[in-house]
Design a protein around this ligand. Structure first.
Ligand code: PAF
Length: 276
């Protein structure tokens, strides 16, 4: 893969990468369209990265279907599908990891210790192997995008990071490979993440700026559904992820909720009306 990318670069081609863990859905396909439009050669990787899963997480159960994914990639115009094995990326004696100092100490990083170390490491490796000019990630994983941008800047990686918008089901649920775990009975609970984000923006529109009040209302809405356990509901600075007390400018609202055994995340930027 690395030799191929080097050769394509020498031919003057612009390369883009959409890194994924497979079990592709419309969210991934929209990232691919975005990448395709901005490059000559679209590379997609499918790799369920063991180093970003904790010991009690769903690495083994993570949904996989390479045959279906390959067909989807072909229809999305992917030029090269890169599907390494774990032993290709983490050979015997592997011991090098990338850790960021403070961005992982918030949101998902608190309940998934080591997760972003695994993500940063594998993304850096995928960048070195595929050598893209552009890489496209989903905004649904907001903290992941921030961490990758920071890593690229800190380590002088020559890759443009583009974030693509969250794609939703008709009922508002953010598309995710993990939605495959949900039963029909759990759908209303799963929908409550998006509903609570919409409700929070409405509260902000009506003049509420106290973060505690908004978070409390969002938690009550989510907890009104059976089978939900809140991991976090946070309103924080959209760049540093530091918690906020009042909303006096655009603020990130991010949440993670377990519906049954399925951990779902979603986010939005809350925008106060600053016209007066
Ligand atoms: O967002 C994902 O699917 C993964 O975290 C990524 C970026 C492919 C790294 O394994």
């Amino acid at each position: 893969m690395q030799a191929l990318s080097t050769e394509m670069r020498l031919q003057g081609k612009i390369l883009s990468l959409v890194p994924t863990m497979g079990f592709l859905h419309e969210g991934h396909l929209s990232l691919m369209h975005r990448a395709k439009a901005a490059s000559d050669i679209l590379i997609t990787s499918i790799f369920v990265n063991p180093t970003q899963f904790g010991p009690n997480e769903d690495f083994g159960a993570y949904p996989r279907n390479l045959e279906r994914d390959s067909a989807l990639c072909q229809s999305a115009g992917v030029d090269i599908l890169f599907t390494p094995e774990a032993s290709d990326l983490y050979g015997d004696g592997y011991q090098t990891y990338i850790s960021l100092e403070s961005l992982p100490n918030h949101l998902c990083g608190l309940s998934r210790p080591g997760h972003f170390r695994g993500v940063a490491t594998v993304v850096a490796k995928l960048f070195h192997i595929t050598q893209p000019h552009i890489a496209v990630f989903g905004q649904k994983d907001y903290q992941q995008v921030l961490i990758i941008r920071r890593m690229v800047q800190d380590l002088d990686m020559n890759v443009d990071i583009i974030a693509g918008p969250t794609i939703r089901e008709p009922d508002g649920l953010a598309k995710s490979s993990r939605n495959a775990y949900l039963t029909d009975a759990q759908r209303p609970a799963a929908r409550s993440l998006h509903q609570s984000l919409l409700m929070s923006q409405k509260m902000v529109d009506s003049g509420v700026v106290d973060v505690k009040l908004i978070v409390k209302a969002a938690c009550l809405l989510i907890q009104s559904f059976d089978d939900t356990v809140i991991d976090y509901v946070s309103i924080c600075h959209s760049e540093t992820l530091e918690p906020l007390e009042t909303i006096d400018g655009p603020a990130l609202m991010a949440l993670a909720v377990r519906v049954g055994k399925t951990r779902l995340i979603d986010n939005t930027i809350l925008k106060p009306d600053l016209t007066e």
